[in-house]
Ligand binder design. Structure first.
Ligand code: G4P
Length: 191
């Protein structure tokens, strides 16, 4: 079994409302030894791709993105979430619908930090309905940069976002892939 799956089984908690709580090691308290180890795994997956930049979105993806960036020796950029669409021309910006929160926001990144010459790896903690990653894909397209793919710590496959991205031609690599879950059992995807 993969290291992220083992960690979820030992420290994750399924809450009602279909939420997997991983605050103990990934998105509130950070297990730094574990993060280093998964960053090594990410670097290995994309070692032949000539990645020049990692792109994530605030806030919970930032820790994993930085860990990966440190191992891969590339800068990490995070898109900011703005409530209003009133953003200036110095930025790339796209509207994202948060399925979990039922709200919209704009994912915004300065044009200075995403270049046409970049080969970009997307990194995030959760992939559910996939709207956040779709927004990042759109920002890469606006910059005319090259997209290498996306790594997510945890894909909730049954929410469909990962497969929609794959159908659109994006290489999506989950470190753990959940087929189904409830308070009693977490089932991982058969690879
Ligand atoms: P999507 O990006 O895949 O479309 O998913 P969605 O809009 O549903 O996700 C909204 C937020 O909820 C995201 O964080 C996402 O990381 C988080 N999320 C989704 N499923 C789970 C889960 O099972 N457990 C946990 N802990 N989080 C989940 P966010 O609110 O946009 O921001 P942030 O937490 O990164 O600041």
């Amino acid at each position: 079994m993969r290291q992220m799956e083992l960690k979820i089984l030992s420290e994750g908690k399924v809450l009602s409302g279909d939420i997997l709580k991983v605050g103990n090691f990934l998105n509130q308290q950070i297990d730094t030894d574990f993060l280093k180890s998964v960053a090594d795994e990410i670097a290995k997956m994309f070692s032949d791709e000539g990645i020049t930049k990692i792109l994530t979105i605030e806030s919970s993806g930032i820790a994993l993105a930085i860990a990966a960036g440190m191992v891969m020796g590339v800068p990490v950029v995070f898109a900011k979430k703005h409530k209003s669409s009133n953003v200036d021309g110095e930025v790339y910006s796209t509207k994202v619908h948060s399925f979990t929160h039922g709200t919209d926001y704009n994912a915004v990144v300065s044009r200075d930090y995403l270049l046409q010459t970049d080969k970009v790896l997307l990194v995030d903690d959760f992939l559910a309905s996939g709207n956040a990653l779709k927004g990042l894909v759109e920002l890469v397209a606006q910059a005319h940069a090259e997209l290498a793919g996306a790594v997510v710590a945890i894909e909730k496959k049954y929410q469909g976002g990962g497969d929609a991205l794959r159908d659109a031609g994006v290489r999506v690599e989950p470190l753990a892939c959940i087929e189904s879950m409830d308070e009693h059992e977490i089932r991982f995807c058969q690879l």
